[in-house]
Structures are given as C-alpha cells and as structure tokens.
Design a protein around this ligand. Structure first.
Ligand code: GLP
Length: 240
C-alpha cells in the first residue's frame, strides 16, 4: 500500500483529484468507482474546478457508486444519489445516464445487486475506485462481520454507523437501518484504489490499516491484499 501524507484536508483533496485527473487524461473513457461521505467532497470540488478550467472532461466517463441507503428514494435529500448530483455530477460535464448508484428502492435487492455487479463488468470493470473509511473502519457499507459478502448486497447498519451518519439527518430515527452496498469482491476487482482519510477521528482506523493485519471486523484492512492501493491521509489522520 502506497501512503501519501498531506498537510491538511485541502492538500489531501488536491492529491486525490490529481490522481483522478491523470487517469482521465490517459483514459478518457474510464470507469470510476465513487464514494460518498464528507471526506471526498473537497476532492470532488477540485475535480469540478479542473473540469471548468478545461483541464479534464468527464464526457466519456462511466461511474458506479459504492452504496445507497435502503429503503430510500433517489430524490430524498439524504440519498447518496442526491449527494452525488449536488456534490459532483451537477458541476461536471458527465452524462448522468452513465452514472450509477445502487437502487435504494429495489424490490429484490439480491437481484439488483447481481445486476449491478454485472453492469460494472459489462462496462469493462472499475479503473479507479475512490474509498473513504467509516469510523469503524468499514469501506462502503461492509460493516464489521465475521463473514462479508463478495458482491453487491443488502446489509444492516451497525448502531455506530447509524449514529455517525445521523449528523446529516433531522434525527437519528430518520437514518435508514439498512443499505445496499458493493461487496468486497466488487471493490477488490477495481484495478486501482485510492482511499481518503482526514482528521483525528480516522487515526485509529488508519493505524489499523497500517498494522499489516487483515480482519473482516475492519473491512478497510482487506485492502492490504490489493496490488494497487494509495492511501491519502492528512497529518491528523496519520499522526492522531
Ligand atoms: C459512509 C459511507 C462510506 C464512507 C463513510 C465515511 O458510511 N458508506 O462509504 O466512507 O460514510 O464518511 P465520512 O467521509 O463522512 O467520514
């Protein structure tokens, strides 16, 4: 795992955007795996700036997001589809028809998950996957469990995740208790992965990821088994 330690959040955001910009220049028709959460917001802002300046274009890019609350409509202002529109897609020249987020209203989530993974494969696989880390070390919504799913699936959310994510909702009772999420296999098939982490609150998880040991109880550590992962952290996340 390659580690890039940045001075602060802004530098981390720029470093992440730079890696994506390089890929877009090299492979304009690439497939991006995208993440939500507050961590990548600054990087998305940087990408929108580069797009507006004509440095990069997303017009031939296909994207697949990691996860979505369940059940939640894509029009809900806390849905991850809404988040992606507001924080990135509305500000870049991407064709929204080619942006994908797991369906938070799927009647048959298992079937939807299979179709989602098949669509990723049909698009040629993910060239670059962006990840954040949950406070408990989860990637996407692969919560601490003895067994994890390989493919996109419906999952329950732990109390700590519901609590952490309640800051975006009017009350904790409004936070969905389930989500549809890419599984570990869907994520590990990406050719390249960048993981962003910022702030003291992520230090324990970053330290665990750097411990050299792998556990399904902290799905971020599974990335230690991937050949091309860059962990981009700010000083606070790195040093605690
Ligand atoms: C959610 C998402 C994760 C994300 C995590 C961290 O749980 N499912 O993909 O990495 O939040 O969020 P934040 O970046 O706000 O700390």
């Amino acid at each position: 795992m390659k580690i890039v330690v940045c001075e602060n959040y802004e530098e981390m955001s720029k470093a992440g955007a730079e890696i994506i910009a390089d890929l877009l220049k090299e492979k304009p028709k690439c497939v991006l795996g995208l993440a939500t959460g507050s961590t990548p917001v600054g990087m998305y802002r940087e990408l929108a700036k580069k797009n507006a300046a004509g440095e990069i274009t997303f017009k031939d890019v296909t994207s697949f997001n990691l996860d979505e609350y369940y059940p939640l409509a894509p029009t809900h202002d806390q849905s991850y589809r809404y988040f992606m529109n507001v924080n990135l897609f509305d500000h870049i020249d991407i064709d929204k028809e080619r942006t994908h987020v797991p369906d938070g209203l799927a009647k048959d989530p298992a079937k939807m998950g299979e179709a989602y993974d098949a669509a990723i494969e049909a698009a040629g696989g993910i060239d670059l996957q962006v990840l954040g880390l949950g406070p408990n070390g989860h990637i996407a919504f692969n919560e601490p469990e003895e067994e994890l799913y390989a493919g996109t699936h419906l999952t329950g959310l732990t109390e700590s995740t519901i609590k952490a994510n309640s800051r975006f909702f009017a009350s904790i009772d409004d936070v969905p208790t389930q989500a549809v999420t890419m599984g570990i296999g869907s994520i590990m098939k990406a050719r390249k992965i960048i993981v962003l982490a910022s702030g003291k609150g992520k230090h324990a998880v970053v330290a665990k990821m750097l411990s050299g040991r792998i556990t399904t109880m902290c799905s971020g550590t599974l990335l230690l088994a991937h050949a091309d992962v860059t962990l981009i952290v700010d000083k606070e996340a790195f040093e605690g």
